[in-house]
Design a protein around this ligand. Sequence first.
Ligand code: ATP
Ligand code: MG
Length: 437
Amino acid sequence: MKNRILVKDLAGKLGESVVIAGWLNTLRDMKNFGFAIVRDRTGLAQVVVDVAQLEQLKGLQLETVVKVTGVIKEKKSKDPSIKEVEMQAETLEILSPVVDVVPVEISKPELDVQLDTLIDNRVITLRHPKQRAIFRVQAALVHGYRQYMEAQGFTEIFFPILAGAASEGGAEFFKVDYYGREATLSQSAQLYKQITMGVYEGVYGLSYSFRAEKFATSRHLTEFNQFEFELGFVDDMDEVMQHAEDSIRAMMATVERGCADELALLNVTLPPLGEKFPRITLKAALEAYRDEGGVDETSEPDLSPAGERWLSTVWAPKHFGSGFVFVTDYPTVKRPFYAKRDPNDQSNTITFDLIGFGSEIISGGMRINRYDEQVQALKEKGLNPADFEDYLTMHKFGIPPEGGFGMGLQRLTQNVLGLANIKEATIFPRDVQRLRP
Ligand code: ATP
Ligand code: MG
């Protein structure tokens, strides 16, 4: 909009007549005049209106889109050290009227609604400054990731969502009617990432994954995004983990630089990063949880959600000043068919998870790159190699030693901001019950 000034820039316009535009956030009747609070994407502006303008605004619903021209003045404040400005309205224009009652009050500092109400009324609740802030932080995380990967000289790949068969052979996938044939929604970009190892050596991208389990946890969605990464000519998994760590450091720095206001509004301190993210084998992690955390899960094949929380919010901060911790050496039975086995122990894989301030945010590791090894691994998993034609075709034609990872975008946002439910970190979440809005 021509000549429009954003609310955040009004302080620099003292004494000038300017145009602002936004939503009518609140209206206060002070008898001989009124205060209209106008919200734009950068903040709230106090607009002083005269009786006639007040009457005009009173006939409107909150959230009406308005354009106001007026002079910027210093706001009278009880505390003279606080310098704030307000606008004395000259003209008012309605750009878009509201035609129904706004279902949720969003002018209070806290929304204070149940999760379902929050999501059901996304059209309105997303406008609350705290909700807006969450997805500004999320966008900064994505930006930081892209910048990091681009600076490494890696290539961004766009992965397909429609697939012919379940990508990891699991049963929990969504079926789609595809011209009378059965298609599935992608569970993972794994196959495609690995195929690109025959060309680009280093790739990244933001993929969509769909999981059809009937989840009822605070960490699972049926549709989510993953930061993908895959790197060729790797002889040591450390190299892959280092990129995971460095990309997270870059993402946090981007959020810190660009989202100071959002973090303050959300009252969030980012998780500690420490000098280096600690690395611990699954076995040692389970033993630490038993010995220091007092919970014995050493007979389990994996850490429980409570164990992951303890390891990343108690153990790692205490010993390493870090809210992130790599757990390595997962048993072969717990990892997919493409996971590289430990040459000294076939029951162990060269894989890792990164637990990030509450729960798993990354799974990664070295991949099987040779044809014979992959055929053998499929058979040992009880899978039929004939069902994995695309995987095996790639392996026939020279894939270098390689590894990579997938990092959940919404999971990372949830943990970084300390949100109780992953749906709060998802702008339009999909779950077992929900396909709208
Ligand atoms: P989990 O054990 O937490 O259920 P997973 O090991 O089944 O996850 P992966 O296939 O390893 O999931 O996916 C890689 C990353 O994607 C996970 O580390 C997590 O951050 C994210 N992720 C996985 N499943 C979901 C989901 N259902 N909803 C949201 N994010 C998910
Ligand atoms: Mg995983």
